[in-house]
Design a protein around this ligand. Structure first.
Ligand code: BEZ
Length: 387
């Protein structure tokens, strides 16, 4: 080889990786979240958390810039299949992050099981997603509905309550939370004497509150979230029940809505995988950064969005941003140890966080941590055959 050829070959060898880097297109992240309706604020908090983590990495994950493709799913299961298929087939996204509502998320899980698109669920707890519908390309940064329900049942039994009424929106999240509650509460010596339900997102609680007063239980367990939770807690107080009948719930009952609930929520005890006042260096750093960026205190939904980005980053880093190396990326996501503001956790084989559940008490604007309901609680992952 003469000198000119050697120089040319060297220049090509040097330029190739640079060219490859320059050519790496933006990573397309489909964000399917509610931007309207009862759960709109939850969607915003998830997106805030996700973007905060990306910004902390210099605006890129594994060296790749992110292009967000956003869909408002309206928390409407009847539109979910069309919405998710737009992201998969029309927008050709590399990964999907979504959503809040269990019914919508179930449709998303079915669609990505067919397409193979990686899906990170940043809230919706539908048990089936990490149960019979579990798949190598689906993970959650949140919880299964069973988990906070179970933790609330442990908390209620420990407090010595014996007769409980459950009240919830009659769809997967409410049904499965109440099931988890009943399992732990009855194991702990209690009895659920009545289940009261109304369709999502109905907030006409009056007739059900009258029924609670008639039943005279020791305690009421409720699953509501977002704007519906804000109204339920106020109506419960206005009906005069707060003084006679303790109200508890999974922490969605008071998370992100304490300001709207005002005095009606003060003293309410809930169980959840996040709380105010954890006072760990990791959480303090996250909360300070979130407050500076959004002029708001974060809630559980913001943490779950932040962790969805952390899980994605773990997968992308393992394949140096090459999402075509899908199997290796998915394996790394599942094996990641997440340094979360809520505390460190890992994912079980089914893709669901194995995590601590805190007891919290509403004090001022905080769901203040007062204890631990269950440490390191895995979802039973019933019906999942990934091991
Ligand atoms: C759900 O539908 O899974 C859900 C919605 C809001 C809060 C928690 C769970």
């Amino acid at each position: 080889m003469n000198i000119t050829r050697i120089a040319l070959a060297a220049a090509v060898a040097l330029a190739a990786p640079l060219a490859a880097q320059a050519q790496q297109a933006k990573l397309k992240v489909g964000l399917m979240l509610p931007a309207t309706g009862t759960f709109a604020a939850l969607g915003t908090a998830i997106e805030n958390g996700f973007r905060l983590y990306v910004d902390e990495q210099g605006g890129k994950l594994a060296g790749r810039e992110i292009e967000f493709v956003r869909v408002d799913d309206e928390s409407d299961p009847s539109k979910a299949t069309d919405n998710v298929n737009k992201l998969i087939k029309r927008d050709n996204v590399d990964v999907i992050v979504g959503t809040v509502h269990s019914g919508v998320a179930l449709a998303m899980a079915r669609a990505v099981r067919e397409s193979g698109t990686p899906l990170i669920v940043p809230n919706a707890g539908a048990d089936a997603i990490t149960g019979p519908l579990c798949a190598a390309n689906i993970v959650r940064s949140s919880f299964s509905n069973w988990q906070p329900g179970f933790a609330s049942g442990v908390m209620a039994a420990q407090k010595g309550y014996k007769r409980a009424v459950t009240i919830y929106w009659n769809y997967a999240a409410g049904q499965e939370s109440a099931k988890g509650f009943t399992e732990a509460f009855e194991k702990g010596g209690g009895k659920v004497i009545k289940e009261l339900t109304l369709p999502f997102p109905n907030v006409e609680f009056q007739a059900l509150l009258t029924e609670i007063a008639a039943q005279k239980p020791d305690v009421v367990f409720a699953f509501f979230a977002g704007a519906g939770a804000a109204k339920f807690v106020k109506d419960y107080d206005a009906a005069g029940l707060r003084r006679s009948t303790p109200l508890i719930g999974s922490g969605f009952l008071t998370d992100g809505v304490l300001e709207a609930q005002g005095a009606s929520a003060q003293g309410l005890q809930t169980a959840l995988h996040y709380a105010d006042g954890l006072n760990t260096p990791r959480d303090n750093k996250f909360r300070a950064a979130y407050a500076v960026r959004y002029k708001l205190q974060p809630d559980v939904y913001a943490v779950q969005g932040y962790d969805a980005a952390q899980i994605l980053a773990a997968g992308l880093n393992a394949v140096k941003g090459d999402v075509k190396n899908r199997d290796a990326m998915l394996t790394a996501m599942r094996k990641a140890s997440i340094d979360s503001p809520r505390g460190k956790y890992t994912l079980a084989a089914a893709g669901n966080p194995v995590q601590d559940f805190y007891i919290r008490e509403a004090k001022g604007r905080d769901n203040a941590m007062t204890g631990i309901a269950v440490k390191v609680l895995p979802d039973p992952a019933r019906g999942c055959n990934l091991r």
